[in-house]
Structures are given as structure tokens and as C-alpha cells.
Write a protein that binds this ligand. Structure first.
Ligand SMILES: *Cc1c(COP(=O)(O)O)cnc(C)c1O
Length: 438
């Protein structure tokens, strides 16, 4: 199906009916705010099933998926090996509340792929992973303050809900009611890529900073790359001042290669958090680091953290099957080649339409910012014309291509996207961008 043949404005009657009913019993009709499509307008999607690179809505319309469950589905939807692993485990039981060999297996796959993680603890969401990593950092250093970066998103734990990316950026929530002022005061925000800013905070607060938490590649204000030396500078400053460096790899873990982004970027945090891909679309996240550090977590140490469904066998099975697939040769090269083709095509399409924009990208991650200047931090990202993004999003969706329903997110290319899918996406973008410029 070529771009021009694509049906414009597919009928979504059944989806609409479901959403209207959902609004009565679910807050905003959703269980996570960005799913309501508030910042881009148009009707929220109701999805019935997914297969490979496609989603199918409740009216049966196919959508070429660049959201990929916010990055979790690197192998695409209903991957046969992952589906088989989940189904087989379901037949053996779904939760036992004690340890299984599956936990050992997934932990081994992760620690083999990321050798500087000697021990990990599994939890069920990225939020839990970052929250627990910060607790551990505070417990070990016996300090209270943390430094985070504007526009980075580390989940919805109280300490992270100021100047944060993702849904908070989308909805324009700078400070969240319900977070005690006394707790919010313990989080210091610095612009991403502003090493001098971090240095200043350290020189003022010296022995009070427990940790710096950072996305090694920011992907929740749209994609923003770390400047040369930024992450290394954080490493040096934290070491010098006895603080821990927490690298939040919930998006980047296993995304750019079979392992950590830290190896690629030449930095090594004290604690690493992961989520999304390592669960293959089932709730799994983890935090890890050296054995010495992780041994401070209960039951070996006094820093308490627990979970009824943590290390859940269904979720572990999905994670194991996913990481085994990702260890096969050629997967990442293929994804990166398709993603590069997409970025190249989009840049040409934007230039062809005479639209000033920035396309930030690395590996399978990319974001089109409708901004005339390069985007290197949250202030820059917020200069993007979100109204233009919203129109771009809606017109692409009308033509069967599902991009992130917010300017401040990434587009994700999966292992299932084909060169033909990319060609179709570029042709569609050309048509849409021309109409936006007109
Ligand atoms: C998605 C994300 C989180 C939060 O993970 P949840 O599973 O949504 O709680 C934390 N950090 C980063 C970098 C993320 O992208």
C-alpha cells in the first residue's frame, strides 16, 4: 500500500464507543496519561491486537507502530519465541511468591551482557527501579539530596516529579501536587548537558549529594544526546564528592546493542536501572551494580525493598526469550540500518517541504523537533512547535502510521520494521509535511 493509496481518516466507531465507556470507569479513559492523546488532539486509540510491526485497533484498522509500547517491544508484537515462552510458563503457574530458576536465568543473561553489573534486583516497573536505586544511594551515602536533569524522566516516584519529561512534559506539569515540599526540596534540577551547572551544585552542597541520576541518552523530552564529556564529567564529579552515579537505562538498556548504552558512551555508573526491553512487554524492571553496593539491599543489608510479584515467572520467561533473541547476530545492525534510513528520509522530507526542524537520533531512537535551533536540553526541546507536531502526528495517524502522541517522546524502530515500511513512512511524511507547509 503506497502512501497515497492509504485510506485517509479510517473509521473508528467501535474504538470510540469503547473509549467513551472507559472514560466512565478509568480516569481519563486510560491507565497512563499520554495514552489520552491530550496534547496532540484526535481520538485515543483502542488496540485489540499487535503482530510484528503492526497494531490493529478495535475497528480492525492496521497501524504501523513506531511507539512499540514506549520502546518495550524492540522485537515487535507477539514475537513467536516470546509468546511461546509466556504460554508455556502460564501452563506451569504464574506466580509462586518464592524464587524460581527463571530469575537466575534472566539475571545471568543481564549480568553477562553487562559485566559491570555483578548483582541485580528485579522489580516490576521502571519507577520502582529508579526509586529503589535512589533509596539505596541515600542509604549507602547517608545523604539526602539528589541531582536530576530537567526533561529527564525516571518514572513517577515523588522525588522525580519536578521539571520531568515524558507525560509531565506533554501535559505541562512542572510541579506535581501531592509531593511534599520537604521531599521535593531534596531534588535539585540542572539542565541536561550542563556540566558546569552540576559542578556548581556540588560546590555549594558538597557532602549532601547522595546521587546524580541521568538518562545516558535522554529520550523522554524527545531524543537528546549527551554532549561529548558530559557523562564522563558526571562520573568524575560524583567520584570526587563521594556521591553515586545512577544511570537510568530503562529506555536505553539493550536498545542500541546487546547490553548497556554505557559501554558505547564510555561511562560506567555505580547503579544502573533497566526496564522496558528486558521484560519483552511484560512488567519487568531491574536495578543493579557491584556486589558490594547491592549487598546493602535487604535481606543482606538494611535498605528495604520488596515486591509480591517481583521476578514473576511469566515476566521472567518473556524477558529471557527476548534477551536470547537479541543475542543473535545482526539484529541491532538491521534495526540501526532501518532507523538510519528513516532519519535520512525524514530530514529530506522536512527540507523538501521547507520546514525548519531538528531530527535528533541514535540507533533505533529518533525525534523530529519542529524547532529552528539544535535541541540539546529541555529548554531547547520546549521551543519546538508542538502544534505543528500535533498536526503531523494526526495526519500520519490518519494514514496508518502511529508516532508517539507527544512531541516529547521518541519514535522507536523495531526489529520487525522493513525497508519497505520505512519507504512507506517517508513517502507518507513527505505528503503530510508538504500539506503542513502549505
Ligand atoms: C519509562 C521510563 C521510566 C519509568 O518506567 P515505568 O515502567 O513506566 O515505571 C523510568 N526511566 C526512564 C528513562 C524511562 O524511559
Amino acid at each position: 500500500m503506497s502512501a497515497t493509496q492509504a485510506q485517509v481518516k479510517p473509521e473508528r466507531k467501535r474504538s470510540r464507543e469503547i473509549f467513551e465507556k472507559a472514560e466512565k470507569v478509568l480516569v481519563g479513559g486510560v491507565n497512563s496519561p499520554v495514552r489520552a492523546f491530550r496534547s496532540v488532539g484526535g481520538e485515543p486509540l483502542i488496540i485489540e491486537r499487535g503482530s510484528g510491526q503492526y497494531l490493529y485497533d478495535a475497528d480492525g484498522n492496521p497501524l504501523l507502530d513506531y511507539v512499540c509500547s514506549w520502546g518495550a517491544m524492540l522485537l515487535g508484537h507477539a514475537h513467536p519465541a516470546v509468546t511461546k515462552a509466556i504460554a508455556e510458563q502460564a501452563g506451569r503457574g504464574t506466580s509462586f511468591g518464592v524464587t524460581t530458576e527463571l530469575e537466575l536465568e534472566l539475571a545471568t543473561l543481564i549480568t553477562k551482557a553487562i559485566p559491570f553489573l555483578e548483582k541485580v534486583r528485579f522489580v516490576s516497573s521502571g519507577t520502582e527501579a529508579t526509586m529503589s536505586a535512589v533509596r539505596l544511594a541515600r542509604g549507602v551515602t547517608k545523604r539526602d539530596l539528589i541531582i536530576k536533569f530537567e526533561g529527564c524522566y525516571h518514572g513517577h516516584a515523588d522525588s522525580f516529579l519536578s521539571q520531568a519529561g515524558s507525560g509531565l512534559a506533554t501535559l505541562g506539569i512542572a510541579e506535581c501536587p501531592g509531593v511534599p515540599q520537604a521531599l521535593a526540596a531534596l531534588t535539585i534540577n540542572v539542565p541536561y548537558n550542563d556540566l558546569a551547572g552540576v559542578e556548581k551544585v556540588f560546590s555549594e552542597q558538597k557532602e549532601k549529594i547522595a546521587a546524580v541520576i541521568v538518562e545516558p541518552i535522554a529520550a523522554n523530552m524527545g531524543v537528546v544526546l549527551p554532549k561529548e564529556g558530559f557523562l564522563q564529567g558526571l562520573r568524575e564529579l560524583t567520584k570526587k564528592h563521594g556521591a553515586l552515579l545512577i544511570i537510568d537505562e530503562v529506555i536505553t538498556g539493550f536498545r542500541l546493542q546487546n547490553g548497556s548504552a554505557q559501554t558505547l558512551l564510555g561511562v560506567q555508573g555505580d547503579l544502573t536501572t533497566m526496564g522496558k526491553i528486558i521484560g519483552g512487554g511484560v512488567p519487568v524492571a531491574a536495578y543493579g551494580g557491584s556486589a558490594e553496593l547491592m549487598n546493602n539491599v535487604a535481606p543482606l543489608g538494611p535498605v528495604y525493598q520488596a515486591g509480591t510479584l517481583a521476578g514473576n515467572p511469566l515476566a521472567m520467561s518473556a524477558g529471557i526469550a527476548t534477551l536470547k533473541e537479541l543475542a543473535k547476530p545482526g539484529i541491532y545492525e538491521n534495526i540501526a540500518a532501518n532507523a538510519k534510513k528513516l532519519v535520512h528520509g525524514l530530514k529530506n522530507a522536512l527540507a523538501g517541504a521547507g520546514i525548519a526542524a531538528q531530527v535528533n537520533s541514535i540507533g533505533s531512537l529518533s525525534t523530529v523537533f519542529f524547532a529552528p535551533e539544535p535541541v540539546a536540553d529541555y529548554t531547547g526541546a520546549k521551543r519546538s512547535d508542538t502544534k505543528v507536531y500535533a498536526r503531523y502526528f494526526r495526519e500520519m495517524l490518519n494514514r496508518g502510521i502511529f508516532l508517539a502522541p507527544s512531541q516529547f517522546e521518541a519514535a522507536f524502530v523495531s526489529a520487525n520494521h522493513t525497508p519497505a515500511d520505512i519507504d512507506r513512512t517517508i513517502a507518507t511524511a513527505q505528503e503530510v509535511l508538504k500539506s503542513l507547509a502549505a
